[in-house]
Design a protein around this ligand. Structure first.
Ligand code: ATP
Length: 306
């Protein structure tokens, strides 16, 4: 559905996007994950023809996009980072305004607005002024505005920044419903939990470059670190650790009363049984998962939210 080839963009001497390429299949939720300033918005702005690229090509549903805003208009729905609504108008009137910009016939538009408001869970608030809405509700109206013209793909630029957890969940549910209906979605964020929950495939972007891409399982293969489980005991002597070493086939490392065992969750019961046999009382257990944060750290030497 989407092909991005060797895309680059500079602002004076800042190389905001540096020779990136990726392909997105129809019906996928594709995540662009990276810290602030990584180049996510610049990429999305080029993909929606808001910005012209210096180099490279973008094709969406067979159409060459490269700066052709007209081609994009009906193909793409864009949910920008900023809320773009009139505070003194109701949600319904805001959506009427957006729908008219797309030339949707008025009878059809009313029906679409009601359906879209129902989808985002705000039909009962449709006549309330936007200024009475919470930040999260405004975001949901922003999403509705991007859907009225029935685009084939939806671009969402950090749609959950600065909103409460309940609205965040609501937005996730909307995204999942849209995706089930077949919508292809490009989702940018610096929250790894969001891409872990939502995205089929992910490109990790840093300093304008894609440093890794693939499914979560593929990305996890990129680093040698395995899952590990940390046990905390009431008391743990060197002799206890030696006994555990003799009985367990996993690498162990001790730090005072804590023991790091390089095993998977599936192997946890074996460790607990052995601890019970040795009469070691486990106080706490913590799972250290190989997540995207760990992958980012391993590939760049820094935290996602540095
Ligand atoms: N219009 C512009 N003029 C000058 N520099 C820009 C412009 N837009 C973006 N940049 C710079 O390009 C780089 C990438 O910015 P971009 O907004 O694409 O990053 P991002 O990953 O979306 O981050 P954020 O989450 O902070 O929006 C940054 O160094 C930014 O300062």
């Amino acid at each position: 559905m989407i092909q991005v080839q060797n895309l680059s963009k500079s602002f004076q001497d800042i190389k905001a996007v540096n020779d990136i390429s990726f392909t997105i299949k129809k019906g996928e939720i594709f995540g662009l994950l990276g810290p602030n300033g990584a180049g996510k918005s610049t990429t999305l702005n080029m993909m929606s023809a808001i910005l012209k690229s210096d180099e490279g090509h973008i094709h969406i549903d067979g159409n060459l996009i490269n700066g052709h805003a007209k081609t994009c208009k009906h193909l793409i729905g864009v949910v920008p980072q900023e809320i773009s609504l009139y505070e003194d108008l109701s949600a319904y009137k805001n959506l009427l305004f957006w729908g008219n910009l797309y030339g949707i016939p008025s009878k059809e538009l009313k029906d679409r607005i009601n359906k879209t408001l129902a989808l985002i869970g705000l039909l009962d608030r449709k006549n309330d002024l936007i200024k009475t809405y919470s930040g999260g509700m405004k975001r949901r109206i922003n999403i509705a505005a991007a859907l009225l013209h029935h685009p084939k793909v939806l671009f969402m630029d950090e749609p959950t920044v600065g909103i409460d957890p309940q609205s965040r969940n609501h937005i996730f549910e909307v995204i999942e419903t849209l995706n089930k209906q077949g919508m292809t979605i490009v989702y940018t964020t610096h929250y790894m939990e969001e891409v872990e929950r939502l995205c089929n495939r992910i490109a990790i972007i840093d300093s304008g470059k894609i440093i890794a891409q693939g499914t979560q399982a593929e990305l996890k293969e990129l680093i040698p670190t395995k899952e590990s489980i940390q046990f905390e005991f009431n008391l743990l002597s060197e002799n206890d650790v030696n006994q555990l070493r003799g009985r367990l086939p996993y690498p162990l490392s001790q730090n005072k009363n804590k023991l790091l065992v390089e095993c998977t969750v599936q192997e946890l019961s074996k460790v607990i049984t052995t601890c019970n046999e040795l009469q070691l009382s486990v106080e706490d257990i913590q799972l250290n998962k190989v997540n995207l944060e760990a992958i980012f750290l391993s590939l760049t030497g820094k935290q996602l939210r540095d």
